[in-house]
Design a protein around this ligand. Structure first.
Ligand SMILES: Cc1cc2nc3c(=O)[nH]c(=O)nc-3n(C[C@H](O)[C@H](O)[C@H](O)COP(=O)(O)OP(=O)(O)OC[C@H]3O[C@@H](n4cnc5c(N)ncnc54)[C@H](O)[C@@H]3O)c2cc1C
Length: 393
C-alpha cells in the first residue's frame, strides 16, 4: 500500500466557506502557512439563505471585500421591515462603522470572495478532499488530519493547529470529542427558493407563531422567499407548504409571491437544535457552525462565523507571532465568543421554540436587536484592539 501524500503547515483548516476561508485569509495575511481542505467544490452552493447582519458587513468592509460583493451585483439592503402582531415596523439602516447598507450575497458569491482573498494572501486550498479523522502526536496533541482526495487517494496533512470549520456534523468536533456546553430546545424547519420579478424593498421578516416568513433580496435580480415553522408543520417541505406558511404569516406578502415568477424548485432544511461546543483544545480549535450553531430563524450564523473567524485568527496569531500562551489566547477566544453569543443563542432559541404569542414577540425581537448591537460594537473595533490583548475581557 502506498504512503499517503503528506504536507506540513502552521494551520490546516477543514472547511472552505464563511468560517474557514475567512480564518485562513486572516492567518495568511499575517504570514502563517495555511492549508484549507474542503470536500465540496470551489463556488458550490450550499443549504443556506444568506442575509448578513451589520457586524458581518462591517467585517467584509474592513477586510477590503465588500466592493467585490457589490461588484457581483448584490443589491444593497437599506431597510428592514418587521411584521408581527398586526404591526408593520420599518427600520432604516443607518450608516455606521463605514457601511450604509446590508447585503445578502448568495453563497456562490460570498464563499468564493473569501476563498479568493485567502488565496491572494497566500493560503492554499484543496477542494474535493474529505477529512475523516485527526492525527495526534505522542502526547495526544492534535497534529493534523487524514482523509481522501477527489481521486480516492489517502492524504495526511500535519499542522501545529487544526481548525474545524466544517459546519454542522463537524468531523473535527467529533474526532476531538469537543464537549457540548449548551444545547438549545427550539427548532424550526425552513423551506426557501428564489423568485424573479418580486421587488423587495430590503429585508422583510414576518413573525407569527408557527408561521414565519420573509424576503431577502439577492444576486441576479432574484428574491429569496423563505417560510419557517415547526418541523411538524413544514414536514417534507416543498412548494405547497412554502405558499401555505407564507399565506398564514402575511396574506399580502403571499399575494405578491403568487404573482411573481417562481423557481423550478425549493430547498428544505429539516431543523437542528442549537448547540455551543467547547471551541478549542491541544492543537485544535472550532469556528463557525462546527463550534456554535443556532436556529436559522435568527439569520445570524454567517455573521457569527465571520466574527469568530476573526477572534480565532487573532488568538492563533498572538500565539504564533507574539508569544502568547496557547491556553491564554484560546481561552480568550472562547470567553469572548460565549459572552457575545449567549444572549443571542438564548433569544433565538426562544423564538425558534414557537411558543410565544403576539404580545411577547416584539420584546423578543428587541432582545435580539440588543444582542446584535453589542456584537457590532466589538466587531467594529477588532482591528484596532485585537480581542486577545485583553482589552475586551
Ligand atoms: C436553511 C438555512 C438558512 C440559513 N440562513 C441564514 C441566513 O439568512 N443568514 C445567516 O447568517 N446564516 C444563515 N444560516 C446559517 C449559515 O448557513 C451558517 O451559519 C454558515 O453556513 C456557517 O458557515 P461555516 O463556514 O461554519 O459552515 P458551512 O457553510 O457549513 O461550511 C462548512 C464546509 O465544510 C466542508 N466540510 C464538512 N465536512 C467536511 C469534511 N469531513 N472534510 C472536508 N470538508 C468538509 C463542507 O463541504 C462545507 O463547505 C442558515 C442556515 C440554514 C441551514
Amino acid at each position: 500500500m502506498s504512503e499517503p501524500f503528506t504536507s506540513v503547515h502552521d494551520v490546516v483548516v477543514v472547511g472552505a466557506r464563511a468560517a474557514g476561508a475567512a480564518t485562513a485569509m486572516l492567518l495568511a495575511r499575517e504570514g502563517l502557512d495555511v492549508l484549507v481542505v474542503d470536500r465540496s467544490g470551489y463556488g458550490a452552493d450550499t443549504l443556506s439563505t444568506h442575509a448578513l447582519m451589520r457586524a458581518g458587513v462591517v467585517q467584509l468592509h474592513r477586510w477590503g471585500l465588500l466592493d467585490n460583493i457589490v461588484a457581483a451585483g448584490t443589491p444593497a439592503v437599506r431597510t428592514t421591515t418587521f411584521t408581527y402582531a398586526d404591526e408593520e415596523v420599518r427600520v432604516t439602516i443607518k450608516p455606521s462603522h463605514g457601511v450604509d447598507a446590508l447585503y445578502a450575497p448568495r453563497r456562490t458569491v460570498l464563499d468564493p470572495v473569501l476563498v479568493d482573498a485567502a488565496r491572494a494572501a497566500g493560503a492554499s486550498f484543496e477542494f474535493g478532499t474529505r477529512v475523516t479523522d485527526v492525527t495526534r502526536d505522542r502526547a495526544g496533541r492534535v497534529a493534523g488530519v487524514t482523509g481522501r482526495d477527489r481521486d480516492g487517494r489517502s492524504v495526511r496533512h500535519e499542522a501545529r493547529w487544526v481548525v474545524g470549520a466544517d459546519g454542522l456534523r463537524s468531523v473535527v468536533a467529533d474526532a476531538v470529542e469537543a464537549p457540548i456546553e449548551r444545547r438549545g430546545t427550539g427548532v424550526t424547519a425552513v423551506v426557501y427558493g428564489y423568485w424573479s420579478g418580486l421587488a423587495a424593498d430590503g429585508y422583510h421578516w414576518v413573525f407569527r407563531r408557527d408561521a414565519c416568513a420573509g424576503l431577502i433580496p439577492t444576486n441576479d435580480d432574484q428574491t429569496c422567499v423563505f417560510a419557517s415553522a415547526t418541523p411538524a408543520r413544514i414536514g417534507r417541505g416543498g412548494m405547497n407548504i412554502l405558499h401555505e406558511v407564507v399565506r398564514a404569516a402575511a396574506p399580502a406578502l403571499a399575494d405578491r409571491v403568487a404573482s411573481a415568477t417562481p423557481p423550478g424548485g425549493v430547498r428544505t432544511f429539516g431543523g437542528l437544535p442549537g448547540y455551543m461546543r467547547m471551541p478549542w483544545g491541544a492543537g485544535w480549535a472550532l469556528v463557525g457552525d462546527a463550534g456554535y450553531w443556532k436556529d436559522p430563524i435568527g439569520a445570524h450564523g454567517l455573521t457569527d462565523a465571520l466574527r469568530d473567524a476573526e477572534l480565532l485568527a487573532q488568538a492563533i496569531i498572538a500565539i504564533a507571532t507574539a508569544g502568547a500562551t496557547e491556553s491564554d489566547a484560546l481561552d480568550h477566544y472562547h470567553r469572548i465568543r460565549n459572552r457575545l453569543s449567549l444572549p443571542l443563542f438564548d433569544v433565538v432559541n426562544t423564538i425558534a421554540d414557537m411558543r410565544w404569542n403576539d404580545d411577547e414577540i416584539p420584546g423578543l425581537l428587541r432582545q435580539l436587536s440588543s444582542a446584535m448591537s453589542d456584537e457590532v460594537e466589538l466587531v467594529a473595533r477588532l482591528d484596532e484592539q485585537p480581542a486577545v490583548n485583553g482589552v475586551l475581557l
